[in-house]
Design a protein around this ligand. Structure first.
Ligand SMILES: NC(=O)c1ccc[n+]([C@@H]2O[C@H](COP(=O)([O-])OP(=O)(O)OC[C@H]3O[C@@H](n4cnc5c(N)ncnc54)[C@H](O)[C@@H]3O)[C@@H](O)[C@H]2O)c1
Length: 343
């Protein structure tokens, strides 16, 4: 069976979605929609899909197996609650929502209709961190106690995504939520957050760096840091570096796609560079491969062989951590994310 996909939002990042869907046996994007008819028409012509400018018209006509929403956050609630009425599954890009009220409304609408809701959180699907997840599951570091995640670069992200230069909580709302999703996936639920933010690049309006400290329900601690203005040579963009320390060993994700495993026999380095998709290019292949991995996972879920990772409900908890980090940075307090049990 071919999964019929309808995509909404034919902008910068949607190109990766379209190219990855095209490569996946078992899926076909049959319709695309953008308020901008030129953008929808270009994608439709390039990928052999039908073009629409009104999501309601497209969804009522096409009734897809999955709707892939690749618009910016302000439109997500309206589009997800529309898509759930017409499609078998809904995928929403991050940031899932700007508020917990909007996030909860989307989770509730999909739960009431018994329609799976995915949030496109591709960082946890990046090859080096998939390799870490597999080793943690195999117990190679014992019980994980400490995580460091570091995403620091000065790559120009503003030319392709001009809206980022206006985002007040830039680093936390653009990449912080990816990193908090990874931290929860690797170390469990977050029960306490403190955070410092900085505005470093004079070209942008918002806080473009942060350092957060997380306490997990297991007692583990994570140090999560991000800067969009770290002057490094070579610039590691778009790699997330870091380490997990457990009571029986340590795993380090190092620049250049090296995974270093420290065990009783000493350190061993493993090459965890992702594959270059046939349509991909370095250094984007890390992200492009993760989009392929995430979309492959969507098909696994639709075939009944997996549960969404992350689901809308999972990502609501990540949003609560992100919003708590924003409030913690403003107030200087250490906070419990909304809905989390105090640690
Ligand atoms: N996961 C990642 O690694 C990653 C990377 C980059 C961007 N993103 C996310 O992807 C999303 C899109 O970002 P982008 O840079 O592609 O944005 P973009 O502005 O380039 O594209 C968004 C498109 O959606 C269209 N659109 C908006 N509202 C619509 C509606 N109601 N109906 C139909 N079309 C509508 C716009 O016309 C535009 O063409 C953002 O939420 C961003 O955070 C994720």
């Amino acid at each position: 069976m071919t999964v019929r996909v309808a995509l909404i939002g034919c902008g910068f990042f949607a190109r990766n979605h379209m190219l990855a869907w095209r490569d996946l046996p078992g899926a076909k994007v049959v319709a695309v929609c953008d308020l901008d008819s030129g953008r929808a028409g270009n994608f439709a012509a390039e990928f052999g899909a039908e073009a629409f400018t009104d999501p309601a018209v497209m969804l009522a006509e096409v009734r897809p197996d999955a709707t892939d929403i690749v618009t910016t956050v302000a439109s997500h609630r309206k589009l997800v609650t529309l898509a759930v009425q017409h499609s078998g599954a809904v995928i929403c890009q991050k940031p899932f929502a700007a508020s917990l009220t909007d996030g909860q409304a989307m989770v509730s609408a999909c739960a009431a209709a018994d329609v799976p809701l995915f949030v496109h959180e591709n960082f946890r699907w990046q090859a080096p961190w998939r390799a870490v997840q597999a080793r943690l599951a195999a117990g190679v570091v014992g019980t994980p106690r400490f995580l460091r995640l570091s995403f620091r670069h000065a790559f120009d992200i503003y030319t392709a995504q001009p809206y980022l230069a206006e985002e007040p909580d830039l680093a936390l709302m653009d990449v912080g939520l990816h990193l908090f999703d990874m931290a929860s996936c690797l170390m469990g639920d977050v029960v306490r957050v403190s955070c410092e933010t900085q505005r470093l690049n004079p070209r942008v309006a918002g806080q473009d760096a942060f350092q957060a400290l997380l306490r997990h329900s297991s007692g583990a601690v994570s140090s999560v840091e991000c800067s969009f203005f770290a002057q490094l040579s070579p610039d590691p963009f778009p790699q997330t570096l870091g380490r997990v320390e457990g009571d029986a060993g340590t795993l380090e994700v190092l620049a250049g796609y090296r995974l270093r495993q420290h065990g009783s026999d000493g350190p061993a380095d493993i090459d965890v560079e992702p594959e270059l998709p046939i349509w991909g290019a370095r250094p984007w292949h890390l992200i492009q491969d993760s989009v392929c991995a995430f979309q492959t996972h969507v098909l696994e879920v639709l075939a009944g062989r997996a549960q969404p990772q992350p689901s809308g409900a999972d990502n609501l908890r990540t949003l609560a951590v992100t919003l708590a980090a924003i409030r913690a940075a403003k107030s200087g307090a250490t906070l419990v994310p909304e809905g989390a049990a105090p640690g």
